[in-house]
Design a binder for this molecule. Structure first.
Ligand code: GLC
Length: 707
């Protein structure tokens, strides 16, 4: 049925019509767009005017123009194929969610899916058919500004969060008007750029590529992601954009991806910069023969593919396969039959409520020397550069958010506790004016952070330590004998080695969207019990990078994960805070870990049998709260070095004070297998230790054996 429909369309299309479907133009002068669409030279429009839309203050998008352009495509272009409109709806549309790295700290895939369902409706109502998210780059380097766009350092967490985002965007029925096509990006290895320097070299072995970076894309394909975007980087010398092995053999043949690949902005033309194409024509030839299906914004395909087919260096059958995939997604998302904007019924109240819940669960309590929560009647001071900040709380890649809806930390606290109980100062320096007020309070909230402008694309930092002024402010206030509550609004992990000893409580609030400040206020005053857990290791200092928990067994210096055996002489070897770590106002006790079966054969596992491991968790504190129970495996003997700990399960549960819950994890072929030296995904016989606990340092363990 669908195949016949698409094949029929293809049969009626000229070569020019087909090539037009593979060309995505950027949002430019309206007359220019009308002309190109009318000529049949456009299959898609990226609703962005510049290559770094996440950074640039974009002109307000003229969504009304979309229906007009669509009508031209339908009624005036030769083939009459509707356009597909794409936009970077990364973590919000009009309602802004936490940046993805912050949302990963929630470890709440159900909430994530619901929140993305809500923003999909908002975006679809504006005419967005397709979003360029989720970003599934597994990032171990907080110097890389784009770490904020992904879900952290762990492949499993990234896979689960990515799947939730895809299902949220695409909905249960892709043909519904409020479903939008998702895009797994950047395929593949972009986050491995050396030194965290964007667009740089990524030296990745096949073994690491498959076991570290491929897993999230495998999960995305299994979640039926509509599109994939290639990454700018090369992998061990070959630009991904020109790699038929990576784009076609692995993604399409091996993983069975049936959607289409969109290039990143200009990635085709950039092969000339990478000196693997002598000109734009050769760049187009390399990418088309790698079956990179659609060319974003640089015009290489529309300019050269016709000649390349005429010369025979690109076969028309190749073009047909690429166009088929584009038409298949346009059909799958109902664009061929319902090309015009369909206003969805949007429950903005519900969207905002979901955004607040996301922020509540993204904030991570890193330290609490028993001073939080505080009573609203206690007089406090708030100082620091984020006291009145609003825009940066929304984070990078906020194209359609409304800063007018954002409350600052000052507003949130004063609205709740009253101006008599909250003294404010935005200064980053201990001025006389602050001093005058400070003697009236015992507790000082130091609200500091980084601008969203130093996060995101091509915004990398050579060091991630807190700025000197912020450290100085913290020290001076501590020297006054105050209780210091540090509220840290950074997009990426910050290095806290120097300042942390002067902080009595640390709340990592990230850039958590519209409701960042309200969530911070609710947590500080105990209206919300914090439940966030770190999706990325917090280094003590920049020199420790890269430092990540899933480090392989080492030849010498001890067997502690994090590679803590390989010490620096001038720094402790452990991170400031480990992966999966986050405190609560209550305490959870783990006990009675148990495995139903001690051993299962490889064949039984291959046939779907699983180890079922249970554990009891009791809330022994006075607050009810949520806990993310984490399950890690440790392969004790394999043909390749394996991480000493690997996250292979997590469950976020709510437990009332004094109550207990049993949690069960199932570990089977997918969880215990890995890609071996021959790139085969397999399980090897041997023993595994399974650790279950509140972060990657979990102690409770049970041994299982694959026979
Ligand atoms: C940018 C980014 C990519 C984004 C695209 C469209 O260069 O690399 O993540 O989706 O262009 O804005």
């Amino acid at each position: 049925m669908v195949h016949d429909k698409i094949s029929g369309l293809l049969d009626r299309m000229s070569l020019e019509d087909k090539i037009g479907q593979l060309n995505q133009i950027c949002f430019k002068d309206a007359e220019q767009m009308r002309y190109e669409v009318r000529k049949g030279r456009v299959g898609s429009i990226v609703l962005a005017g510049t290559a770094t839309a996440g950074n640039d203050e974009q002109k307000k998008m003229n969504f009304d123009l979309l229906n007009e352009l669509q009508e031209i495509a339908l009624k005036e272009s030769p083939a009459g194929i509707p356009l597909i409109f794409g936009r970077d709806v990364i973590h919000g549309h009009h309602t802004v969610l936490p940046i993805p790295l912050a949302l990963a700290a929630s470890f709440n895939t159900e909430l994530t899916k619901a929140a993305y369902r809500a923003i999909a409706k908002e975006a679809a109502s504006d005419g967005v058919h397709w979003t360029f998210a989720p970003m599934l780059d597994v990032s171990r380097d907080p110097r890389w500004g784009r770490c904020i766009e992904g879900f952290g350092e762990d492949p499993y967490l990234t896979a689960k969060m990515g799947e939730a985002v895809i299902r949220g965007f695409q909905g249960e029925n892709s043909r519904k008007a409020d479903s939008i096509a998702a895009c797994a990006k950047h395929y593949i290895g972009y986050a491995a750029v050396e030194g965290g320097r964007d667009y740089g070299k990524a030296e990745i072995s096949e073994y690491t590529l498959r076991n570290n970076y491929l897993l999230p894309f495998k999960a995305a394909v299994n979640a039926e992601v509509a599109t994939v975007m290639n990454s700018f980087n090369e992998v061990s010398g070959q630009p991904v954009a020109a790699s038929r092995y990576i784009l076609h053999d692995v993604l399409k043949d091996e993983l069975g991806f049936d959607g289409f690949i969109i290039s990143d902005w200009g990635a085709v033309a950039q092969l000339v910069n990478q000196r693997v194409a002598k000109d734009r024509k050769e760049a187009a030839m390399l990418c088309a023969n790698a079956e990179l299906d659609m060319d974003m914004a640089d015009g290489c395909y529309i300019e050269n593919l016709y000649k390349l087919v005429e010369e025979g260096t690109v076969l028309e059958t190749t073009i047909d396969k690429m166009v088929y995939r584009v038409l298949y997604i346009k059909e799958k998302f109902g664009i061929l039959d319902n090309p015009y904007i369909c206003k969805c019924d949007i429950d903005y109240e519900s969207s905002l409520k979901l955004s607040k819940e996301c922020a509540d669960e993204s904030v991570v309590l890193l330290k609490n020397n028993d001073i939080l929560p505080i009573d609203k009647s206690e007089k406090i001071a708030i100082v620091g550069n984020f006291t009145h900040e609003k825009r940066s709380l929304l984070g990078s890649w906020t194209l359609d958010g409304d800063v007018g809806m954002v409350k600052s930390i000052a507003e949130a606290f004063v609205d709740y506790a009253g101006s008599n109980n909250v003294v404010l100062s935005q200064s980053e320096y201990l001025t006389d004016e602050i001093l005058f007020h400070l003697h009236k309070v015992d507790t000082v909230v130091i609200a500091i952070g980084e601008s969203h402008r130093v996060t995101g694309e091509n915004n990398c930092l050579s060091k991630i330590e807190l700025p000197e002024a912020q450290v100085e402010l913290i020290k001076q206030i501590k020297a006054l004998g105050k209780k210091v509550v540090a509220v840290l609004c950074f997009g990426r992990p910050a290095a806290l080695e120097e300042a942390e000893p002067y902080m009595d409580a640390v709340l990592y609030a990230w850039h958590s969207g519209t409701f960042t400040a309200l969530s911070v206020k609710d947590i500080v005053y105990g209206l919300i019990n914090p439940s966030g857990k770190l999706p990325m290791t917090m280094p003590r200092n920049t020199g420790q990078i890269p430092i990540y928990y899933n480090y392989p067994a080492m030849p010498r210096n001890g067997m502690s994960y994090y590679g803590t055996g390989s010490n620096y002489l001038d720094c402790m070897s452990t991170p400031m805070y480990p992966f999966g770590y986050g405190l609560s106002y209550t305490e959870f006790e783990y006990s009675d870990i148990n495995c139903e079966k001690d051993d299962i054969s490889v064949d039984e596992l291959r046939r779907g049998e699983k180890f079922r491991i249970s554990i009891m968790i009791k809330n022994i504190g006075k607050y009810s709260g949520k806990e993310t129970v984490q399950c890690y495996i440790s392969d004790l003997y394999a043909s390749m070095t394996r991480p000493l700990r690997e996250l292979k399960g997590f469950k976020k549960i709510f437990i009332e004070s004094g109550k207990k819950e049993k949690v069960i994890f199932e570990l089977g072929f997918e969880e215990l297998g890995f890609y071996n030296a021959n790139t085969e995904f397999n399980i090897e016989p041997g023993e595994f230790d399974v650790y279950i606990g509140k972060d990657c340092t979990a102690k409770s363990s049970v041994r299982i054996t694959v026979v």
